[in-house]
Design a protein around this ligand. Sequence first.
Ligand SMILES: Cc1ncc(COP(=O)(O)O)c(C=O)c1O
Length: 390
Amino acid sequence: MSIVDRGSEAMMANYPPRPLAIVRGEGCWLWDENGTRYLDLVAGIAVVTLGHGHPAPVAALAAQSAVLDHVSNLYWSEPAIALAERLNSISGFEQAFFCNSGAEANEAAIKLARRHGHETGGVDKHELVCLEGAFHGRTLGALQATWSPPKKIPFEPLPAGFRHVPRNDIPALRAAVGPQTAGVLIEPIQGEGGVQVVDEAFLVAARELCDQHGALLLFDEVQTGIGRCGAWFAFQRTSVRPDAISLAKGLASGMPIGALLSRRLTTGFQPGDHGTTFGGSPPIAAAALATIGVVERDDLIGNAQRIGALLTTALTAVPGVAEVRGAGLLIAVELVAGDAAGVTVAMREQGVIVNAVSETALRLCPPLVITAEQAALAVEALRTVLVARA
Ligand SMILES: Cc1ncc(COP(=O)(O)O)c(C=O)c1O
């Protein structure tokens, strides 16, 4: 039996069929079980910041595991503190909470807002205002904050107290935010929603409304954070400072981690309010610190800017491409003839892995170490595919 067949038999059917079994990765390259090599422009969906198998996080993980693996959150351990200090210093926030995934980081953000709301306005101040098109994860709170009805309906009833407004609709936002609002949760660039950049004017309005009503402005930077968009965090590309951001995906370049960073809040979590067994585990914290170190040492934020600009220019000139949008190395390619799923299959046959982020758009979110030559290969593969389909 192939790995694909064994997986379909032994694992739950919660994911759509997976066409490939990947057995090895190195840098921006992946190999399947038949030995075929692919250029990886998915990076585990914006996770493998440094490319596959980068020695820095691998060595940090192994070394820390040998010294101290896990102690629970009953005790302090130094790697998580060092990671919190590092993240606070690159983000301007003051306090961190660690968990294991993006959904968990957003659950923490939602709970932080509700804690703050209860503290400052009583139980009625509990609402979260979110955006249409949003994706915040699959746990029940994060799922309720997510927009997509088909992802939610089979699991209703979901938690009460969530409203959604159209992206960039400032009057709708103004109508939704009030004294009952505990927090406004926004992805500054909606990733799963199609790599849609939220207008700066909308973010400014959200900041003003949160200030006016004593609500927390929360940015979900699970997909956009850690250099991907050409800055450590996407909010740093704007004039707006949120009260907290959630992180995950690229933070430890492939190891599972989530984080919530916030300004120091007297109305925030109190002892016993929130927690998770594996959050801030020493080996994972060490891998995250190593990842941040390499992003800085190798100027991968500069690389994300340079290769992102290069890809955007080159992809825009490919016949059959209607629009290229995004920031840094989080890019959507809108196709004139649609069928992004079909184009994804054809790209794979050309040896390039991308994913369809909507029916009409591809998403490119390669490792931040991608070179100009590799980017050019990807552009040529798309040109070949779209010419063949014209
Ligand atoms: C913006 C955003 N938030 C949250 C999540 C959920 O993260 P996880 O799958 O680690 O729970 C994702 C995952 O795609 C995401 O893109």
